[in-house]
Ligand binder design. Structure first.
Ligand SMILES: *[C@@H]1O[C@H](CO)[C@@H](O)[C@H](O)[C@H]1NC(C)=O
Length: 258
């Protein structure tokens, strides 16, 4: 009886929280710049391999460069854990791919992370859990959120739900759409929240971060849903650039029309 009551209360709380999320603006974090107003950061994506695929070697170099640049934080563009995200908050892949890999002193800074499509193939909610932050307080992962770093506002965007094929042709993969489905409503709300937040932003630099490509000449190519739905919002609000992962290569793409 008492147990049932507690479960019911929890369920109600969860429902209330879900409701709040649906109407609230994007979460906003403050990250002060250096005293001289500058900011340094590293960006990494598509990494969680338990040290294999040269992840450990890249981590070592990140440690060196991070120290040279005296970085303020690290940004992850998603695909944090291969192949299928985390199984839950007790998945040791968290330590094996993150805590035990990025051990350099310079990398002991906040990590701001979004999810990639591979993260959605596991328990997507696990990566947002305070349980992980207790294990390693650097890991600050949310769906979509803003980091205000004085000289720059970073808009972290959950891009996986945009890709229609994950919904219509999951090809034997299970995507964890809890808190996301239905797709259209989620995207409409997200774009509205982003537009509002960008309009309010007074930072010198507006930087968007997501997992999927906008444009790319590599394997996955362009993401047409992002070009169609997200790019106009970035343009109209004067976002300076978009940083992404997904295509496992380094590209710098610019356009003449803003
Ligand atoms: C690791 O990097 C080396 C080059 O430094 C490359 O030859 C090798 O194929 C890479 N290993 C994996 C598993 O990607």
């Amino acid at each position: 009886m008492a147990k049932g009551g507690a479960a019911m209360a929890l369920a109600l709380l969860a429902a209330a929280a879900a409701l709040l999320c649906a109407v609230a603006a994007l979460p906003r974090l403050e990250h002060p710049a250096k005293t001289d107003g500058s900011l340094s950061l590293l960006v990494v994506g598509d990494w969680g391999r338990k040290g294999m695929y040269n992840q450990s070697r890249v981590a070592e170099q990140m440690g060196r460069v991070g120290e040279e640049l005296d970085i303020d934080f690290v940004v992850s563009t998603g695909d944090n854990f291969y192949e299928t995200g985390l199984t839950g908050v007790d998945d040791h892949a968290f330590e094996q791919s993150f805590t035990d890999i990025y051990t350099a002193k310079s990398l002991q800074k906040p990590w701001y992370l979004v999810l990639g499509n591979h993260d959605y193939k596991g328990n997507a909610l696990a990566q947002f859990s305070p349980v992980l932050r207790k294990i390693d307080s650097r890991f600050i992962c949310m769906r979509s959120f803003i980091v205000n770093a004085e000289i720059a506002d970073f808009f972290f965007i959950d891009t996986t739900p945009f890709q229609l094929k994950y919904w219509t042709h999951p090809k034997g993969n299970h995507y964890d759409w809890r808190g996301v489905a239905p797709r259209e409503k989620y995207i409409t709300n997200l774009l509205k929240d982003l537009d509002e937040a960008m309009k309010k932003s007074t930072a010198k630099w507006k930087i968007a971060v997501g997992h999927h490509t906008m444009r790319s000449v590599s394997h996955h190519g362009d993401t047409k849903e992002l070009l169609q739905l997200l790019l106009p919002i970035l343009k109209i609000n004067g976002v300076d650039f978009y940083i992404n992962g997904h295509d496992h290569c380094l590209e710098h793409i610019s356009s003449r029309d803003r």
